[in-house]
Ligand binder design. Structure first.
Ligand code: SF4
Length: 603
């Protein structure tokens, strides 16, 4: 098939629909290797969008390539837990043996090797992606074997199947992972109740979103249900957020691998309540390997009359589509995710309006976490009174934790809300822990004195990541890894985050080189305040949390690096902005970054 035929076939399959641009670009790239300029031109002409708009989307996502890449694209997962398992040495060895610099394509166009943000395999790292297929448990001998296969140009599909094995590693089951439901059971119970009573049951059960923020699911569904659709395409939508990109989180991977029916059924129940006929599951690009199994699960549900029209012999109509992301952490933010679903760069929207009134295609949309939707099935089946018997007063039900780091048994642990951090550490075999990072880099770093705190909305809310660090770990390096993560993942939309995350990363690198001074520590605190107050979305608001926590709780890790007593600037932002001031003819206080910092300090 010629390139033109490949492009035409993909566009036909997606009905020339620009809102499906992400899927169009991914499928073309999977077949042609990259997105050539003429490909983008052809796609733009066919979907009827300006070329710049199509190019804007292609450029935004790190898994899309607008220049030729190696026929084998190796991306090493670079979360701190991968580092603790030795990913850096393995990647260096791979690059040396391939005579390759990280980030470069080999001269013969065969291979490129680079890093990527956490791929969600922290319980079985070091991990990597080869042509976006996940490989776990890398070892020196596996690196050698992989190089041999690359040199022989063996197709990835023919590589040893064991390399691609992704284990669930479920270590502790609770009410969700031990549900015992058969497909259709929860949906039948919801249909019997009807939408109003089902909504009341969700509200009575006090179900709260499992993505971390903990917004009431019943309130969200009610707001969406009560919102009117707009215009000719008036409709309501259910979106399942399966873009779990927070480093250290992998619970959705396990739910979608082994309990996909529960998640799809939760989406159907949400559809029944809000009055939607269509659901969209946004799957993170790193979980590309789950696409075909999930499509098969959907096909089986259609076959069983659990999706489509006349579901279980009732007038209820609902179906689900899967959309694959392309390596942008910010798409975990619900409005950015909706932008991505519409084929645009994943930049958070200005809110209000909120997605419940103006979401996907500007229509009322409820966006829920994978675990939240699965929990809704338990409530539909067993009722709110049963559900309330688990957890605490303000945190009903259970929470699934993704446990990784320095422990004997990394994996998935489900607890009723209210479990102490100490209990989790004991259960997973974390001996001599000095710190736990709960809820990923944007969450909280706990020191030993806080291990009696509880996982619950009234104490420590979490999306699920639980990374343990023993006393041999350098907490400065942990925070520095997170600083690099945020600088890489900032979407660049607003200046405080775009510039701030880079400044923080540079300051941390400067301190790591032993060039830091007490002045730089003050700068980190100032940036923390500035970014918390002025950033457009949660990424910028929380990007300095790791530095703030580790500075407060593990300050010696910083101070022993402060060799320079004199201030040494890492980067003079005010000077860098002088050209912009000249061009705009401004030189007032507000046009100087230093004046903003001064005001912040005085506030
Ligand atoms: S805070 Fe960061 S991620 Fe959020 S919109 Fe601004 S630049 Fe983008």
């Amino acid at each position: 098939m010629s390139d033109i035929d490949v492009i035409a076939a993909v566009l036909d399959r997606h009905h020339h629909d620009g809102t499906r641009l992400m899927q169009i670009l991914r499928e073309i790239q999977e077949q042609l290797g990259w997105l050539a300029p003429e490909t983008l031109t052809s796609v733009a002409a066919t979907v009827g969008w300006p070329r710049a708009r199509v190019e804007g989307t292609a450029d935004f996502y790190s898994f899309f390539h607008t220049r030729p890449m190696g026929r084998y694209r190796v991306l090493w997962s670079d979360n701190i837990t991968d580092r603790m398992l030795g990913n850096t040495d393995l990647m260096d060895a791979m690059c040396k043996k391939l005579w390759l610099e990280p980030g470069r394509v080999s001269e013969d166009g065969l291979v490129s090797v680079d890093t990527t943000s956490c791929t969600g395999m922290c319980d079985q790292g070091p991990a990597l992606l080869v042509n976006y297929r996940a490989i776990t448990r890398m070892t020196p001998s596996r690196v050698d074997d992989m190089i041999e296969l690359i040199r022989k140009e063996a197709p990835v599909a023919e590589w040893p199947a064991a390399w691609f094995a992704v284990e669930d590693n479920i270590r502790r089951k609770g009410i969700l992972l031990d549900h015992g439901l058969v497909p259709g059971q929860a949906l039948a119970a919801a249909l019997e109740r009807g939408p109003e009573k089902m909504l009341a049951e969700i509200k009575d059960a006090k179900l709260r979103g499992r993505g971390g923020a903990g917004f009431g699911t019943g309130l969200k569904w009610e707001a969406c249900r009560n919102a009117a659709g707009h215009g000719a395409g008036a409709a309501h939508y259910v979106v399942c957020n399966a873009d779990e990109g927070e480093p250290g989180t992998f619970k959705d991977r396990v739910l979608l691998t082994s309990h996909a029916d529960l998640v799809f059924e939760g989406m159907s129940i949400a559809g029944l309540v809000v009055g939607a006929k269509k659901g969209l599951l946004y799957l993170r690009g790193e979980y590309r390997y789950l696409l075909e199994p999930l499509e098969s699960a959907l096909a089986a549900r259609r076959e069983a009359k659990l999706l489509g029209s006349n579901i279980l012999g009732t007038p209820f109509e609902f179906d689900i589509e899967i959309h694959l992301g392309a390596g942008a952490y910010i798409c975990g933010e619900e409005s950015a995710l909706i932008e991505s679903l519409e084929g645009k760069p994943g930049r958070p929207r200005i809110r209000p309006p909120f997605p419940v009134t103006h979401g996907y295609l500007d229509q009322p949309t409820t966006v829920n976490n994978v675990e939240t939707l699965a929990a809704a099935c338990l409530i539909a089946t067993h009722g709110s009174a049963w559900y309330l018997r688990h957890g605490t007063e303000k945190s009903s039900g259970s929470k699934i934790l993704s446990v990784s780091g320095d422990c004997e048994r990394p994996g998935i642990y489900e607890y009723p809300y209210g479990v102490t951090v100490r209990q989790v550490l004991d259960d997973c075999g974390a001996w001599n822990p000095q710190a736990v990072q709960v809820s990923g880099p944007s969450g909280i770093c706990l020191a030993e004195a806080e291990f009696g705190r509880r996982i619950a909305f009234e104490d420590i809310p979490t999306a699920g990541a639980f990374m343990a660090f023993d006393e041999t770990r350098d907490m400065f390096e942990v925070a520095r890894n997170f600083a690099h993560f945020f600088a890489h993942e900032s979407c660049g939309f607003c200046t405080p985050c775009r510039v701030g995350t880079t400044l923080v990363r540079n300051l941390m690198d400067k301190i790591a080189r032993n060039h830091g001074s007490p002045y730089d520590i003050n700068e980190l605190f100032k940036l923390h305040r500035l970014m918390q107050g002025a950033s457009h979305c949660g990424l910028g608001n929380s990007a300095c949390n790791p530095m703030f926590d580790t500075l407060n709780k593990f300050r010696p890790a910083y101070e022993r690096r402060l060799m320079s007593l004199n201030y040494e600037p890492a980067f003079d932002l005010d000077a860098a902005l002088s050209q912009a001031r000249q061009m705009t003819g401004r030189d007032d206080d507000a046009a100087h970054f230093s004046a903003h910092l001064q005001k912040e300090a005085e506030a």
